[in-house]
Each structure stands twice: as structure tokens, then as C-alpha cells.
Design a protein around this ligand. Structure first.
Ligand code: UDP
Length: 334
């Protein structure tokens, strides 16, 4: 079976390409390499020892996307490509709305035109806004505090409406919680541009000595120790979740949380990282980061019930694998 993976050279896309190739699928990557390294494609081949196709295209370019649909007999699409930095989305909302929403529209249109029925969409737990935890798929979505989150909510709504009008479509919308970790080979992982916004890459860069000290954004939340609680999920579990979703599609649009169901605070994560890797992480408590919520973790029962999938890797392997990848990175910005 041929699967088009947009954003297949990105962090989650690349790990999912490995899972798909290992499960015997043929993979066609469409990526414009704006926020990732083209070397990743070679690394996917090195790791899996399997061939793949890739096309350097912008997914908002309808003509290029149609060429790909014409060239391959596709059995499905996994749509990862998109801008993902929350802070940047506040500075460049037009870029975010255009890129993230138009790419979804272009792909959905091509799926209908070329009779490709299976579609998996990368969404985010950010669409829940400040709902009460644990987040359940049936909750009414609350406004998010940034354009990035809105592009995910809008894309979801568009896909649900298109699926309602076209019963041949089998769409799975996957709401990711907080992906961390890296492939156990240490060859691929997350490579943020500039100073990382997310906690785990910040921690690994402090561990490496690239950054001096972690800032813990607030310790006065109503959580176990006052710091923010998130549902960290190993990227390899997330990748497996995509294969499970692809293998268990049915008519209509279905929504699934992909998380572990377990919340970990910032201080708990620092502690787990220190223990797992034997490295001290210097930190200081600072003000809250604007737009942050106290707590975000998933109710994961639907994915378990309907996809027969659940996350298997614990916080220790997330910390070890993230650190192994960081240590292997060649570039050095001391
Ligand atoms: N966080 C932190 N320092 C950082 C980055 C993040 O204290 O340098 C906290 C943040 O306030 C949140 C948690 O770590 O409580 C996870 O943040 P991240 O940006 O990784 O994920 P998100 O907030 O988007 O779920």
C-alpha cells in the first residue's frame, strides 16, 4: 500500500515513516524542508534499510500535490506538514492560517478527486484549550490562545464536514499530547530552530551545556508541585499510533487522543531526566509563560478501545532517548 506522508522529514513524520516502512507500507514523502533537515530522509532509509520516494514540494501548491496523486496509486494520506511554533504563530498569523489550513484543503480536495479515502490528520491537544483534565474527545473545544491552535481546530472542523458529506472517506484526526524522545538509534529526533520553546529540547540543551539554566515557567499552578503538568508521549509510541489508526479506519471522521493518560509536572520531568541520565539540570523558577494552562493530559480510553493502541514507553526511556539524540547532534552553538 502506498501512503503519502506530508512533512515526512519532520520530527513526528520521520518517526512515523520508519514505523510505516517497518510495517511493510510504501512511503512517499512530500516536504518542503523549511523546518527540518533533508538528511533525515537518508537516515530513515539507513535505519529501515528500505527505499522510499520523496518530493520537495509545498503542500499548499495544488498543482504539485495533484502531480503526486496522479503519479502514485495512493491508498492513504498522513498529513503532518505544518507550521508548529505557537509564539511564531502570534507574530505571523497569516502565514499560519494560510499554510496550515490551505494544505489541509488542497489534500482533502485531491483525495476526493483521485478517490483516496484514508486520511490521517495531525492535530494537537491544544484544541482543548483550558478544559478540565483529563481531556476527552467529546469535549466542546475551547478557544485556544494562539493562531497555531486555531489552525488545528479549523482543519479538524473542515475534515469533519467533508467526511460527513462524503461517506466513502475514512478520516482519523489524531490529537497529540506532548511528543518527546527520539529513535533509539540516536539518528533522528527533534531539532528545534534556535532556542527551544518546548521543555524537553530545552532540558537536553541545558544538559549539553548549550544553554545555561532552565527557566521553570511558574510554580503557583494548582498542580502537584505548582509547576505545569503535561502528558509526555514517546514519539515512537506516537508513530505506532498512526499505523494503528491507518489499520483501523472506518467511514466518517473519528477523533482520537494520542497520549499516555499520565500527567508529569516540570519538576517531575527534571527529576526523571536527572535520574535517567545522571546529569544535573540547573533551573530557576520564573514567571508564568503567557497562554500556558496548568494541566493537560489525555483520557486515552478511546484509542485503546477502537484502535487497540496504547503508549508503552515510560518517562525514563523518553528522557534517555531524548538525551542520546542530543548528544549525537554535531552542530555546536556554545
Ligand atoms: N516549560 C518550562 N520551561 C521551558 C519550557 C516549558 O517551564 O523552558 C513548561 C511549560 O510552562 C509547560 C511545560 O513545561 O508547563 C511544557 O511546555 P511545552 O512548551 O513543552 O509544551 P506545551 O506547553 O505546549 O504543552
Amino acid at each position: 500500500m502506498n501512503i503519502l506522508v506530508t512533512g515526512g522529514a519532520g520530527y513526528i513524520g520521520s518517526h512515523t515513516c520508519i514505523a510505516l516502512l517497518n510495517a511493510g507500507y510504501s512511503v512517499i514523502i512530500a516536504d518542503n524542508f523549511t523546518n527540518c533537515n533533508r538528511e533525515t530522509v537518508n537516515k530513515i532509509v539507513d535505519i529501515t534499510k528500505k527505499k522510499l520516494h520523496f518530493h520537495e514540494v509545498d503542500v499548499t501548491n495544488e498543482r504539485s500535490i495533484n502531480e503526486i496523486f496522479k503519479r502514485y496509486k495512493l491508498d492513504g494520506v498522513m498529513h503532518f506538514a505544518g507550521h508548529k511554533a505557537i509564539g511564531e504563530s502570534l507574530e505571523k498569523p497569516l502565514n499560519y492560517y494560510y499554510n496550515n489550513v490551505v494544505s489541509t484543503l488542497v489534500l482533502a480536495k485531491a483525495c476526493l478527486k483521485y478517490n483516496v479515502n484514508r486520511f490521517i490528520f495531525s492535530s494537537s491537544a491544544t484544541v482543548y484549550g483550558d478544559n478540565k483534565t483529563p481531556f476527552v474527545e467529546t469535549m466542546t473545544l475551547l478557544p485556544t490562545t494562539n493562531p497555531y491552535g486555531e489552525t488545528k481546530a479549523m482543519s479538524e472542523r473542515i475534515l469533519v464536514d467533508i467526511a460527513n458529506a462524503n461517506p466513502q472517506l475514512q478520516i482519523s484526526i489524531l490529537r497529540y499530547f506532548n511528543p518527546v524522545g527520539a529513535h533509539e538509534s540516536g539518528l533522528i529526533g527533534e531539532t528545534p530552530n534556535g532556542i527551544p520553546n518546548n521543555l524537553m529540547p530545552y532540558v537536553t540543551q541545558v544538559a549539553k551545556g548549550k544553554l545555561k539554566r532552565l527557566k521553570v515557567f511558574g510554580n503557583d499552578y494548582a498542580t502537584v508541585d505548582g509547576t505545569g503538568v503535561r502528558d509526555y508521549i514517546h514519539v515512537l509510541d506516537l508513530a505506532d499510533g498512526h499505523v494503528a489508526a491507518f489499520q483501523n479506519t472506518s467511514s466518517g471522521a473519528r477523533i482520537f487522543n494520542l497520549g499516555t493518560g499520565k500527567g508529569t509536572s516540570v519538576l517531575e520531568l527534571i527529576n526523571a531526566f536527572e535520574k535517567a541520565n545522571g546529569i544535573k539540570i540547573p533551573y530557576e523558577i520564573t514567571n508564568r509563560r503567557s497562554g500556558d494552562i496548568a494541566s493537560c493530559y489525555a483520557d486515552v480510553s478511546k484509542a485503546k478501545r477502537e484502535l487497540d493502541w496504547e503508549a508503552k514507553r515510560d518517562i525514563v526511556s523518553m528522557c534517555k532517548d531524548s538525551w542520546r539524540f542530543e548528544q549525537n547532534l554535531k552542530e555546536n552553538t556554545f
